[in-house]
Design a binder for this molecule. Sequence first.
Ligand code: C2E
Ligand code: CA
Ligand code: CA
Ligand code: CA
Length: 268
Amino acid sequence: QHHDGDSSGVGMPRGEQEELHQAITADQLFLEYQPQVDVATGRITGIEALVRWNHPAKGRVPPASFIPIAEETGLIVPLGLWVLNEACRQARNWQDMGLTPVTIAVNVSAKQFADPDFASHVAEALERNRLQSRWLELEVTESVVMQDAERALAMMEQLRALGVRLSIDDFGSGYSSLAALKTFPFDRLKMDRSLVEALPGDKTAVAIASAVISLAQTLKLSVLAEGVETDAQMDFLRQARCEEAQGYRFSKPVPPEEVSRLLQGQLP
Ligand code: C2E
Ligand code: CA
Ligand code: CA
Ligand code: CA
């Protein structure tokens, strides 16, 4: 496949942008779901929806390689809307099956958040699927809200008025600062995998993770550790009173049927 001038600098030829556009309308996107568990009890409390692209020729393309292109080209808006609706539809399905209701968490990118219609899209997705807003959580990174703080704050107020939960994703990655926590009304903090990785052997990692967990507690945010892979990490998190965890230790992202099975296993 040929590459064009690639003025975007992100390495995706124009043909692939067109392909991504088609993917949205041609049923090539699907979602996988990763459980979030209560650290103290091991019960599933939430599920994060993660988008997948099944490319007709190349097979599975990882989101890290197409989400940035979707952001840059604006395709993230229709793509994100599809994800939101599909995740709500699936959450409705699980509830209709009589399974314990769990939160469904959906990732939201900057361009979506900047769309003045975003809150009404969220309201419509909830209504269409008869899903109570308390079961929807929206995950945004710090950069999403810091780009245009005033507008982001107004959007967050609208979303909170609807009753959806807001979490700050990838907290502690890259250049994150504490400003976003001070300014924006988040419900939950998701501690980035990079802070969890070196636990519990690395003293600095232990100090930082402990500080993040107590910071969240002080600010009355619930806290979830991302990328938890080992029992030793779990032991640390339990001791440090981190409330929830997500990672390969419990499950990799899986198809919806597998989530149904996991939820069935924990009926009261
Ligand atoms: P994220 O939101 O931080 O999602 C967590 C990523 O970490 C997922 O990668 C997940 O598969 C991976 N992960 C989970 N547990 C572990 C673990 O224990 N170890 C390791 N090494 N990795 C783990 P994935 O699915 O490839 O998604 C990558 C990123 O793509 C996401 O990071 C998110 O930023 C973005 N993304 C995915 N779906 C969507 C979407 O629907 N909309 C938007 N805007 N972004 C999305
Ligand atoms: Ca996320
Ligand atoms: Ca994350
Ligand atoms: Ca991440």
